[in-house]
Structures are given as structure tokens and as C-alpha cells.
Design a binder for this molecule. Structure first.
Ligand code: PBG
Ligand code: ZN
Length: 326
């Protein structure tokens, strides 16, 4: 007996496959991360992330124009300051590197959505995402004092023109605190993209080279989530939603697609997936060796993020993806 049902009937030509495709990736789905450093004319490639650069503000502006011209709607900015201290002064100072970069980008490309990462780890001398008890070498960040600094940081970023605030430090209550800070300063209309389910992941290694934010001692396991936990992600997003988050992020993406799916099912908010530095580095390394077809692997991965429920994808491949899309 030959089969009656033949799914292959709908795979017989590329036009037919296009008609029945359930998932599409477009440039509108992409967010491109950029790393701002002091100086001018600086473009320093990150050794573990080929094609990704630390850029001075003049170069960030050039890059922002290119990104916008490619049809990518948004960037997310990270800053690497000249000086770091225990109060993370560079994070919340009005003349901070990210504040200046934000102003420059908004002036040059006003329609490009400028998201700013709101965390302290790039600005603290010890590299942790918050305040530590003096002399504490365990890396056990003090939660509530950190909230005050995050509030200040978010308000200064909004003052600089940030369109979206993206807190990434996984402090309890950080969305509520930042919402309160923004509202109190008259920024009721600035959305919060919460890094809601962010895991303590080895995949952040190359980012820490790029952002010079490796913890000097201890690790981030007392604030970022344990990779063993999926249900806990739902607890995290429920809290963030209750505190006023406008969008939710799952990070990393590739090894956490089940979490992306669960978060999508459990909420009505836009879901973003962060295709992190280590995921990028692995693809780049294999591609540079000629071991995989970079374009096909990257487009397949982006499609899979969308299929698993991501509405938005933060990715270092964004410019390439925009060029490769049909
Ligand atoms: C800072 C932050 C990190 C990333 C984004 N924001 C690193 C970390 O938590 O150590 C990682 C991004 C990437 O790996 O691409 N809190
Ligand atoms: Zn951090």
C-alpha cells in the first residue's frame, strides 16, 4: 500500500515551500549590540568575536547609520568606561560613555531605536553587577542598595535619549525599582526590556572580553539563574510582568529554546532572545575553518529562534542576517 498522506507534496518547489513556511525572519526582528569605548577613531576587534569591535563614539555613529540603512530597527549599547570604581560611577554619570554614545546616536539617526543595557558590571572595579559589602570577596551582591544605583543609571540613560531601558543584572525587584525611577523623572513612556530569564552561563565568555567585565573574584551564580531550572524562569517573568516590564528576554538563546517557548506560552509580552557572544564565537570559529556554511547555519538558527517563540533576536550576526535575507 502506498501512503495517502504525502507531506512531500508541499516540498516540491522553492515557491511552494515559501508558501507554506510557518516562520519568517525579517530585519525587523533584529537588534544589534554595540560596544562604546572612549577616544576617537577607535575600532578594536574583540579577539574572541571576529567581526565585533569596541568602537569610539564617532565610529558608533557610523555603525548606527549602517545598521539603520540595512533595515535593522534597533541597537543595544554597552559601555566600557576609562575608570571603574566600587560605586559604578561610570554607569550613572551624565557624562558616562553610554550616555554620550546615546546622545550622539540619537542626534545622528533619530529613528534608530536605541536600547541601553542597564547594569553595573562594566563600571564596577570588581566586575560584579551590583554593590558588594566592603571586603566581601564572595561576590554576593547586595540587592537593595544596587536597586538605587540601577534607578539612577536608568534615569541618566533616559535623560541621554535612550528609547528603551534594558536591565540585565538579575537583581530582585529591579524592574519595579527602575519603573519607579523612570516614572518619577517623567519618563513614563520609556519601555523596559527586562533580561527576565538570564542564566549564569559560560556562553558569556567572549562578551566579557568585549565589555571588559569579567568578575575579579567569585562568579554571578548568586544572582543569575541556574541552567538546571526551567520552571523558575516562569517565576522570574511573572515577577517582572507584575513590576511593569514591557518586554521579556531569555538569555542565552541556543541552549535555552525550551525556555523561550515556555516564556512565550506564559505571557502576552514581546519575547526577545539573546543569541550571546559564545554562540556567535562558536559559529565564527567553525565558519572561519571552513567547517560549516556560515550563512546557512546563521539563518537556520535565526529561524529556529523565531519558531521557538522569539519575537526579537539580539545578535552579533544582525548585519549579516539583514544582508543575507531574501
Ligand atoms: C551584563 C551583560 C552580560 C551580557 C549582556 N549583559 C554579561 C554577563 O552577564 O556576564 C552577555 C552578552 C553576551 O554574552 O553576548 N550584565
Ligand atoms: Zn551585569
Amino acid at each position: 500500500m502506498f501512503p495517502t498522506h504525502r507531506p512531500r507534496r508541499l516540498r516540491s518547489s522553492s515557491t511552494l515551500r515559501r508558501m507554506v513556511a510557518e516562520t519568517t525572519v525579517t530585519a525587523n526582528d533584529l537588534i544589534y549590540p554595540l560596544f562604546a569605548v572612549p577616544g576617537s577613531g577607535v575600532a578594536k576587534e574583540v579577539s574572541s568575536m571576529p567581526g565585533v569591535y569596541q568602537l569610539s563614539i564617532d565610529k558608533i555613529v557610523e555603525e548606527a547609520k549602517e545598521v539603520y540603512d540595512l533595515g535593522i530597527p534597533a541597537i543595544i549599547l554597552f559601555g566600557i568606561p576609562d575608570d571603574k570604581d566600587t560605586d559604578a560611577t561610570g554607569a550613572w554619570h551624565d557624562c558616562g560613555i553610554v550616555q554620550k554614545a546615546t546622545e550622539a546616536v540619537k542626534q545622528a539617526v533619530p529613528d534608530l531605536v536605541t536600547i541601553v543595557d542597564t547594569c553595573l558590571c562594566e563600571y564596577t572595579s570588581h566586575g560584579h553587577c551590583g554593590y558588594l559589602q566592603t571586603g566581601d570577596l564572595s561576590g554576593r551582591v547586595l540587592n537593595d542598595p544596587t536597586l538605587e544605583l540601577l534607578k539612577k543609571t536608568a534615569v541618566s540613560q533616559a535623560n541621554a535619549g535612550a528609547d528603551i531601558i534594558a536591565p540585565s543584572g538579575m537583581m530582585d525587584g529591579f524592574v519595579g525599582a527602575i519603573r519607579e525611577g523612570l516614572d518619577g523623572a517623567g519618563f513614563e513612556d520609556i519601555p523596559i526590556l527586562s533580561y527576565a530569564a538570564k542564566y549564569a552561563s559560560a556562553y558569556y565568555g567572549p562578551f566579557r572580553d568585549a565589555a571588559e567585565s569579567t568578575p575579579q573574584f567569585g562568579d554571578r551564580r548568586t544572582y543569575q539563574m541556574d541552567p538546571a531550572n526551567g520552571r523558575e524562569a516562569i517565576k522570574e517573568i511573572e515577577l517582572d510582568i507584575a513590576e511593569g516590564a514591557d518586554m521579556l528576554m531569555v538569555k542565552p538563546a541556543l541552549a535555552y529554546m525550551d525556555v523561550i517557548w515556555r516564556v512565550k506560552e506564559a505571557s502576552n509580552l514581546p519575547v526577545a532572545a539573546y543569541n550571546v557572544s559564545g554562540e556567535y564565537a562558536m559559529v565564527k570559529a567553525a565558519a572561519l575553518n571552513g567547517w560549516i556554511d556560515e550563512e546557512r547555519v546563521v539563518l537556520e538558527t535565526m529561524t529556529s529562534f523565531k519558531r521557538s517563540g522569539a519575537d526579537l533576536i539580539l545578535t552579533y550576526h544582525a548585519k549579516d542576517v539583514a544582508r543575507w535575507l531574501p
